[in-house]
Design a protein around this ligand. Sequence first.
Ligand SMILES: C[S@@+](CC[C@H](N)C(=O)[O-])C[C@H]1O[C@@H](n2cnc3c(N)ncnc32)[C@H](O)[C@@H]1O
Length: 274
Amino acid sequence: MSDGHWQLEGTGAELYERYLVPAITAKWAEDLLDRAQPREGEAVLDIACGTGIVARLAAGRMGRGKVIGLDLNSGMLAVARSVPTEGVPINWMGGSALDLPFTSDSFDVVLCQLGLQFFPDQTRALDEMRRVLKRSGRAGLSVYSEIERTPGANAFVLALDAVLGRDASRIKRGEHRFTAAAQLETLLRAAGFNAVDVQTVEQTIVFPSVLDYVQFRLLATPMASLLKDRTASERQEIILSVASKTTALSTSAMLEGGTFTFPQQAYVAATLGG
Ligand SMILES: C[S@@+](CC[C@H](N)C(=O)[O-])C[C@H]1O[C@@H](n2cnc3c(N)ncnc32)[C@H](O)[C@@H]1O
């Protein structure tokens, strides 16, 4: 980081770990672990672990036990392996949430932070989670709520559509496809989770500026595909235009001090023993 602004040299996975994890997913990870409470001596699985924040924080809370982080994306796992860990050693594994490479009743705790919304078959993924979890085990999951409940993301998708056309925000909107806590609860109960508690939770997210946020989204995430056929100057023009419209669609509270600050909402589920 230079002058507090984000430098975008590196792979998408490296930039995810350097910027998005401290700004966003580390906050959600602490909250998820407070609910799921991994304990000394337990076996913990973090599904869709990305660059590993949930697994790492879980390992740090446990003096003894076993932690596995699993993800489909080898680039994310390469970064996960490169970050130092404290506490229990972590086994990083490639694999799909839809076909978990574990025998039934293997884990005391199964976690999946901000991953379920991306899975092509959520029912199958939850069945798999239930299968590998011991009957007495606990699950912790989170998904973003509807995009209107996260005003910074909402201003961004409206701005993006205004600049690039109606379908431009499809990838970002896809992250927010859950529209009610009850939707997650129903899926969990259908998969055989009984004691299910789903809470609507908010975190305050701070980016160094609107421009940092927009540049990151459009250059360092899967949304980069939107600009891949543009020249460098066209890309710059689009980024400045989306940033300017995002600013216009934001409230003064969101822009205070030159930062881009807003509440981010998610549904967070904790299940207890079957
Ligand atoms: C938004 S990231 C969340 C990563 C991490 N849990 C965190 O909180 O930082 C979503 C992750 O889901 C992974 N993913 C998507 N589909 C998957 C699947 N079918 N099986 C396993 N991982 C998957 C992606 O590779 C990505 O790392």
